[in-house]
Design a protein around this ligand. Structure first.
Ligand SMILES: Cc1ncc(COP(=O)(O)O)c(C=O)c1O
Length: 433
């Protein structure tokens, strides 16, 4: 049980006088107060008030190996004793590119960037150049970073969404380039009929269909059986490419991401978060002829931090850990998550609370809803979000941190003791809920 959040509160108040909004990303302002951390180990975090938490946020996903993993610390130490930035070539670039190539089926060639948002920008430019077409078809509820060209219809209000067969393209931010919507088509996910109709209508203009292969950013919804392959076939039939945004699923759902889990190989894919084991790194992988347009086809691409040695040292260590024994650590994280899911569902049943836990073991999401068939973003609009906020608050008071949208990330180091303690905490939460 938490003692107090007084020191976090005081630091937040101080921060608000210098750091805009007091935090480095607006999504970090959640109740009761943005927590300030001093340390962490394994699956646990310690805040400035001395409270210990079992953490399922993993820094919003990247810390797949948990906190202060000895291999990561060692890798960073080794790199920090050498020049920590070259802006030029070094062998780790090749080592990590070869690893990605070995694990990720679509990655005939690889490029490094620093954030998931940046990786998606590169992918978009590549697919537009390759197909000589301007439009991107994306899905409602899917998030591909905060840049103007893709920040559409991520979480539109119900009244903004428009007809399901032809959703509105909704900009998400004030200040976003208004005509960015002209290059985007939005479709409901997990619906092949509508996808086919929209592709047929825009047949000669769609460069690519882009999606999160598991809809992690709107409640961890799974693709319907056969959907991913059928979407790929449809895209190709209409001369468009298929892009998987695997920033969350990559190196988490399986070593080779959702594409290897489902056996559906996209033309290109973006990766971030887990690939750097917690360090800022993102990756684009794809078919050779698409990727090599960067050097032979006039596609411009840059970045001062591309191939940063510390990030790549961390990625090399993370990928070594994750790939050992045929991906045993990732399988373990997914199994541990399933134990948590079944315990959580049992508790909800005992307390007669309508609850769904969607997703796969290492990335799940709780929904307070009596709807049992959650297949696209609009289904999640019926979730009881006030109850979720109360649940998250009570869980935090009990020393358990989830992502503010109800997501639960499992690292490779969460163990049975963590799950037992978490379920005991959740039992107390349900009793109060
Ligand atoms: C699927 C997906 N794509 C892209 C991004 C953007 O990544 P970043 O926050 O590293 O820019 C995210 C971030 O959460 C994401 O989940």
């Amino acid at each position: 049980m938490i003692r107090s959040w007084d020191r976090s509160r005081a630091l937040y108040e101080r921060a608000c006088h210098s750091l805009t909004g007091g935090v480095s990303s607006p999504v970090r302002t959640k109740a009761p107060v943005p927590l300030y951390f001093t340390n962490g180990q394994g699956a646990r975090l310690i805040d400035v008030d001395g409270n210990e938490y079992i953490d399922y946020q993993l820094a919003w996903g990247p810390n797949i190996l948990g906190y202060n993993h000895p291999r990561m610390v060692e890798a960073m130490r080794i790199q920090a004793e050498r020049p920590y930035s070259y802006g030029a070539q070094h062998e780790l670039e090749i080592t990590v590119a070869e690893r990605v190539q070995a694990y990720v089926p679509c990655a005939e060639r690889v490029a490094f960037t620093s954030s998931g948002s940046e990786a998606v920008q590169l992918v978009q430019r590549l697919v537009r150049a390759f197909t000589k077409r301007p439009m991107i078809l994306k899905f409602e509820g899917h998030y591909h970073g905060w840049m103007d060209s893709v920040l559409h219809s991520h979480h539109p209000q119900a009244e903004e969404t428009g007809p399901r067969e032809r959703p509105n393209v909704v900009t998400e931010s004030v200040g976003q380039v208004p005509n960015s919507i002209e290059n985007v088509i939005v479709a409901p996910w997990n619906d092949l009929d509508i996808l086919e109709r929209l592709l047929a209508e825009h047949s000669d203009t769609v460069a690519a269909v882009i999606m999160e292969p598991v809809l992690c950013n709107s409640g961890c919804l799974m693709p319907k059986p056969g959907y991913l392959q059928a979407a790929k076939d449809l895209a190709h039939r209409h001369g468009a490419l298929l892009v998987f945004d695997e920033v969350i699923t990559g190196f988490r759902m399986a070593l080779g991401g959702a594409q290897s889990h489902y056996g559906v190989i996209p033309d290109c894919a973006s990766f971030g978060k887990a690939v750097g084991g917690g360090l800022p790194l993102s990756v684009v992988g794809g078919r050779k002829e698409i990727m090599e347009q960067m050097f032979t086809g006039g596609v411009v691409f840059g970045g001062s931090y591309n191939g940063n040695p510390i990030s790549l040292g961390g990625a090399n260590a993370a990928l070594e850990e994750l790939s050992r024994d045929n991906g045993a650590a990732i399988k373990r994280a997914n199994c541990t998550g399933e134990k948590l899911r079944s315990g959580l569902l049992q508790l909800a049943q005992q307390h007669k609370v309508p609850l769904q836990v969607t997703g796969y073991g290492a990335a799940m999401c709780v929904h307070f809803t009596s709807k049992t068939d959650l297949v696209d973003y609009r289904d999640t609009l019926a979730d009881d979000s006030e109850r979720l906020q109360r649940f998250l608050y009570l869980a935090m008071e009990e020393g358990v941190i989830l992502v503010p949208d109800g997501r639960i990330y499992l690292s490779t180091v969460h163990d049975d003791r963590d799950i037992e303690e978490t379920l005991a905490a959740f039992a107390r939460v349900f009793a109060k809920l």
